[in-house]
Ligand binder design. Structure first.
Ligand code: PXP
Length: 237
């Protein structure tokens, strides 16, 4: 079974545009779960343009499925994660001013830092996933640093999908097999949408979770949140 975790950053972005509490992020998170989402993901960035640090404890209180917090593990971020104890923390090496995440960890260069950080989180009962490109050396490095799961950065897959489906998926298939053999759980995210999700899901064995934000919230403008979540769930069956 592949869990659908809805990334609600874009909902917070709309709320923040007017400085009021509309749309109400907490209500949207509750509704996503009511409509079938199997997890809620947030990615508080340093400038807090989407989900803010203040939102986190409020979300922690109401999420009943799986709460996943993503981000670059600086001290401020780590303190917030340790204070709020989500089910899962996804570590992402994004620059403070990044428009969006655009690369996975170099697990060899960052071995010492990742090992120490992952242990700190796991000691508090938080499952850890690290954002990663489908490169064998990085997958071996991921096992070495002790992460529970990896999250494949699927941006390049989504980008190349329309030109050549088979080529775009192959590195993910090869590295998913490797990761599974090494005992790593497999998540995926970035630029997944209603056009490419079924193909990704069907091609990747043992895919535990996808986190989807931008396309899902955009689709909800046309189809409504309830219908949209059901459409994504259908693709994961
Ligand atoms: N995974 C990570 C690490 C991300 O940074 C993002 C975007 O915030 C996503 C998944 C979801 O990507 P998208 O918004 O394109 O669905």
């Amino acid at each position: 079974m592949t869990r659908l975790s809805v990334n609600i950053n874009k909902v917070a972005l709309i709320r923040n545009a007017r400085g009021s509490n509309y749309p109400d992020l907490i209500q949207v998170a509750k509704d996503c779960e009511r409509f079938g989402a199997e997890g809620i993901t947030v990615h508080p960035r340093p400038d807090e343009r989407h989900v803010t640090y203040k939102d986190i404890p409020l979300l922690k209180d109401i999420v009943t499925t799986e709460f996943n917090i993503e981000g670059n593990p600086n001290e401020k971020f780590l303190k917030m994660v340790l204070d709020n104890k989500p089910d899962q923390c996804t570590l992402v090496p994004d620059a403070p001013d990044a428009l969006t995440s655009d690369a996975g960890w170099n697990t060899i260069k960052n071995e010492k830092f990742l090992k120490k950080t992952i242990k700190r989180l796991q000691n508090e009962g938080i499952r850890v996933s690290i954002f990663i490109d489908p490169i064998p050396e990085m997958i071996h490095g991921a096992q070495k640093v002790g992460t529970d799961r990896i999250e494949f950065y699927t941006g390049p897959f989504a980008h190349d999908f329309h030109q050549n489906k088979e080529n775009s998926i192959q590195p993910y298939i090869d590295n998913a097999i490797l990761a599974h053999e090494l005992g790593l759980g497999i998540n995926a995210g970035h630029d997944l949408n209603l056009e490419n999700l079924t193909y990704f899901k069907k091609s990747i064995p043992n895919l535990l979770e996808v986190s989807i934000g931008h396309a899902l919230i955009t689709d909800a403008l046309y189809f409504g949140l309830h219908n949209t979540i059901q459409m994504y769930l259908q693709q994961l069956k």
